[in-house]
Design a protein around this ligand. Structure first.
Ligand code: SF4
Ligand code: SF4
Length: 92
């Protein structure tokens, strides 16, 4: 069981120091999680520390491959509203 950091990671360094298992490391092109070390914070914290500090929606996936912070979860903007706003911006 391990979480995964994907390509939308912006290399902000926020997650690396908060991991209780030292499972997160800097790599190219983005930070990665050592799946052998990640404990999913079990026994240390009730929530994934990396995902709780990550500012990018969708950058960290759970062991099922689902975004821990799905679109809209951090901004509070529903994905369909965001899509509408982006379309509106691009039409100008
Ligand atoms: S889920 Fe917990 S143990 Fe796994 S990488 Fe994130 S902070 Fe580290
Ligand atoms: S907190 Fe999120 S965006 Fe920042 S380095 Fe970690 S995974 Fe990447």
């Amino acid at each position: 069981m391990a979480v995964k950091i994907i390509e939308s990671c912006v290399n902000c360094f926020a997650c690396e120091p908060v991991c209780p298992s030292n499972a997160i490391y800097e790599a190219k092109p983005h930070f990665l999680v050592d799946s052998k070390k990640c404990t999913e914070c079990e026994g240390d914290f009730p929530v994934f520390q990396c995902a709780s500090i990550c500012p990018i929606e969708g950058a960290i996936l759970d062991s099922l491959g689902l975004a821990i912070n799905p679109p809209g979860s951090l901004t509070g903007i529903p994905p369909e509203k965001m899509a509408e706003a982006m379309a509106e911006l691009q039409s100008h």
